[in-house]
Design a protein around this ligand. Structure first.
Ligand code: SF4
Length: 375
């Protein structure tokens, strides 16, 4: 099974924390959709006809596309790729784009999962982050999405906002849980260098993220979501039973995927490719039937380390037999002492063939993975 990711690199306005690839100049949206269609055709052999079980429109803001544009892209995929039965088709969307009419159209095109970038229900936080939507729009679009028939909705929430407090975070979680989404992705605010916040941090206009505050808010998140029946299946991702993101789980399990559009990544099971993160250069290359990418040839160590980094963040854990048989890394023998310490401190368990982190281990997932890296 494999997945297709389509990157729609346009946004109405720049959120101050965002370092994804996007442009606020929407002059080239139509041309970009044509280019995505062309790239889909040019890349049709990349996945070697593996059945496509997930399609993901990400960005940027794919909800800026019209229903006809989305349908056109899906039609090209259906005409050029083998589609598995009941594919998951996700669209990332911002609340200010999701009118009742637009939601009806999206549902008709075959989108069956929405990932709504709510981030917060608090007007002061939305303003601080420079989000384009209001609290009312977030609540209204969720209600309209349900009325249109969407029964698989994810919402995004951000925590650890400077100058915020635990009471407000509880209030945000109250609102989120009252909506009863099938899935919640929640990340700590991070300040990346190439963002507005990054510039402001350098100038001393905003404080750095307080790591202790962030950890305390993460604990609140874990507590509240587990009490409400959500399973933490990845460090930052939670779902009701059976509603994990099939697409993102494919990344974490190192399944193949094809990324279409500027800045999109692809993985063919052996190596990675990265499309250029520049809209005009991307459009120009595609107009000449060329795919503007850089290849990343992975070493055996790269594959092992990526595998540990992604799988140990998930509830499925790392398959010890796969590590040993495919990449000659016998974790049980080579890291015996370290593993014993993890097991003794209840940071991890060995469940059949898998090494899995416990809830307290997941808090240290990145550190534990890097300690186990093959170097
Ligand atoms: S809408 Fe999403 S992609 Fe666009 S700037 Fe905001 S966070 Fe980034």
């Amino acid at each position: 099974m494999a997945g297709i990711y389509l990157h729609v690199p346009f946004c109405k306005q720049a959120c101050y924390y965002c370092d994804f690839h996007f442009s606020t100049n929407q002059k080239y949206v139509r041309e970009m959709v044509e280019a995505l269609c062309t790239e889909l055709k040019l890349q049709k052999d990349y996945l070697q006809q593996d059945p496509i079980s997930t399609i993901y429109f990400g960005g940027g803001t794919p909800s800026l596309l019209t229903g006809e544009q989305l349908k056109k892209l899906l039609d090209i995929i259906k005409a050029n790729y083998v589609i598995a039965p009941s594919p998951e088709i996700t669209l990332e969307a911002n609340p200010d784009d999701l009118t009742a009419e637009k939601l009806e159209i999206l549902y008709q095109t075959g989108v069956n999962r929405l990932s709504i970038g709510i981030q917060s229900f608090n007007p002061a936080v939305l303003n601080y982050l420079n989000r384009a939507h209001s609290q009312q729009q977030a609540l209204k679009c969720f209600e309209d999405a349900r009325k249109s028939g969407f029964d698989n909705i994810s919402i995004d929430l951000i925590y650890a906002i400077p100058a915020d407090n635990h009471e407000n975070w509880h209030r945000d979680l109250d609102q989120a849980l009252a909506l009863q989404p099938e899935h919640i992705s929640s990340y700590s605010l991070t300040i990346e260098p190439r963002t507005t916040f990054g510039t402001w941090l350098l100038k001393g206009n905003i404080p750095p993220i307080d790591e202790e505050f962030s950890a305390a808010q993460f604990e609140i998140l874990l507590e509240r979501l587990s009490h409400s029946g959500y399973e933490q299946y990845e460090v930052s991702n939670f779902c009701r039973p059976g509603y994990h993101s099939r697409h993102n789980s494919g990344y974490w399990k190192q399944e193949k995927y094809l990324g279409i559009g500027p800045s999109a990544h692809s993985y063919d099971g052996v190596n990675r490719r990265f499309n250029i993160s520049h809209n005009p250069k991307y459009l120009k290359a595609i107009a000449h039937s060329e795919i503007p990418y850089e290849a990343d040839i992975l070493t055996n160590e790269d594959r092992i380390n990526e595998y540990l980094l992604t799988t140990l963040r998930t509830k499925w854990g790392a398959n010890l037999e796969k590590l040993k048989n495919e990449w000659s890394y016998d974790l049980l023998a080579d890291q015996r002492e370290y593993l014993d310490r993890l097991l003794t401190k209840s940071y991890a368990i060995i469940d059949g063939k898998h090494l899995k982190l416990t809830r307290s281990g997941l808090l240290l997932a990145d550190k534990i993975s890097s300690d186990l890296f093959k170097i």
